[in-house]
Design a protein around this ligand. Structure first.
Ligand SMILES: CC(C)(COP(=O)(O)OP(=O)(O)OC[C@H]1O[C@@H](n2cnc3c(N)ncnc32)[C@H](O)[C@@H]1OP(=O)(O)O)[C@@H](O)C(=O)NCCC(=O)NCCSC(=O)CCC(=O)O
Ligand SMILES: NC(=[NH2+])NCCC[C@H](N)C(=O)O
Length: 342
């Protein structure tokens, strides 16, 4: 498996992949024209990695199965959210009220709208073809972005967030949307989700101006606040194992949690180092380490996973990994253990 920047030739396969996403994966639209626009946006972003400030550039990656040459997964990074059009979220706050007269105490969860014009970096668009899940590919795909962040920190903000897909069923019904959003926006969730990627003006126009008491929503909607779609549990686990945490922000449409971490504290970023390749061998034994490895010569970033051994002079790579990344002795690579130790 090779992870590399998206190319124009991937469009057909990516578009096919997007048809498998079900509902709620906002940034992997099923509509081809919107997808094509995003691929072009990403091609522009990768063109110059030298002197860009984070201004909302989109970096889209694909995971390619090297044996079949098929695109089996994708993931992305937006260098900065917010800007002229804000990043919207609800902050879940707990309000406590007590009555001496009645001798009672109540805790209410209240949703407060926040609008951020100067937002963090956002990772997203994480999707793996169902046939390729469950064997560790998702971990490599998700973490590869962190080697890119470690390689080019100047392109990103110091804080990184991920908006996790919230609870939405197979027909596109979101309990939170049906209890809340539909009353204000008057359209269905899939439509609102799709429109929000194209033009967010309707959010500014129609979102309620006052805080929202969660107690007033249906029990299903209440239960969905800060919870994720069943197929998004692995994505959440992966980020949590890298140090990301939920801190009271949820999505305004389906109440999925926003996870966050300072860029420098992400486990893979923190543990990654750059060393030269000193040797390539056909098979490495017990003393080797399973690592995620990236190369970036001539600004061409690519990543994969495989066995390595660290020596005092540099790294020994297993030949399959070296072939996937087109590496020879003398090249430098960035690497980190695929999993946190202990
Ligand atoms: C997210 C991925 C790509 C993950 O791929 P895989 O399923 O192959 O991952 P995996 O390696 O099998 O599992 C990842 C980790 O989750 C754990 N895990 C798996 N199932 C679990 C479960 N039911 N409960 C608790 N933990 C579970 C595994 O042990 C593993 O952790 P260990 O490695 O520690 O053992 C995939 O599931 C997928 O395409 N899902 C559908 C799309 C989706 O919902 N994407 C996220 C949208 S939200 C988004 O895009 C923002 C987030 C982001 O960009 O990262
Ligand atoms: N409005 C939402 N919460 N959408 C979930 C987004 C899921 C995922 N982060 C994506 O990029 O597509």
């Amino acid at each position: 498996m090779l992870i590399r920047p998206v190319e124009e030739r991937d469009l057909d396969q990516l578009h096919e992949l997007a048809q498998l996403t079900q509902y709620g994966l906002t940034t992997l639209p099923k509509d081809r024209a919107t997808f094509e626009k995003r691929v072009r946006q990403s091609l522009r972003a990768f063109e110059d990695l030298n002197d860009a400030d984070p201004q909302g550039q989109l970096y889209l990656f694909v995971m390619e199965d090297m044996s079949s040459k098929k695109v089996v997964g994708t993931c992305g990074i937006v260098s900065k959210v917010g800007g002229f059009k804000p990043f919207y979220a609800f902050r879940v706050e707990t309000e406590i009220q007590e009555s001496h007269t009645l001798g009672s105490r109540h805790e209410h969860q209240v949703l407060h709208l926040i609008k951020n014009h100067d937002g963090p970096t956002e990772i997203g668009s994480l999707f793996l073809h169902p046939e390729f899940r469950g064997g560790g590919n998702g971990r490599v795909l998700s973490l590869s972005r962190f080697l890119f962040l470690a390689e080019y920190p100047q392109l990103f903000e110091q804080k990184v967030i991920a908006e996790m897909r919230g609870v939405v069923d197979e027909a596109g019904h979101s309990p939170f949307w049906e209890a809340f959003g539909v009353h204000f926006f008057g359209i269905d969730f899939p439509n609102a989700d799709m429109l929000s990627l194209i033009n967010k003006d309707f959010i500014e126009e129609l979102i309620p101006r006052h805080p929202v008491y969660v107690d007033l929503l249906s029990p299903e909607a209440q239960a969905s606040v800060a919870n994720v779609h069943p197929n998004t549990i692995p994505a959440r686990r992966l980020l949590e194992s890298e140090g990301f945490a939920y801190d009271s922000l949820v999505d305004i449409f389906e109440a999925g949690p926003v996870l966050h971490s300072p860029l420098k504290d992400i486990r893979t970023v923190k543990q990654s180092r750059v060393l030269p390749v000193v040797s390539i061998e056909s098979a490495l034994g017990e003393d080797s380490l399973l690592a995620i490895v990236s190369a970036q010569d001539h600004q061409y970033f690519r990543a994969s996973s495989g066995k390595i051994i660290e020596t005092s002079h540099g790294l020994v790579l297993e030949s399959q990994l070296a072939n996937e990344l087109q590496l020879a002795v003398g090249h430098s690579v960035r690497f980190a253990p695929l999993k946190a130790s202990g």
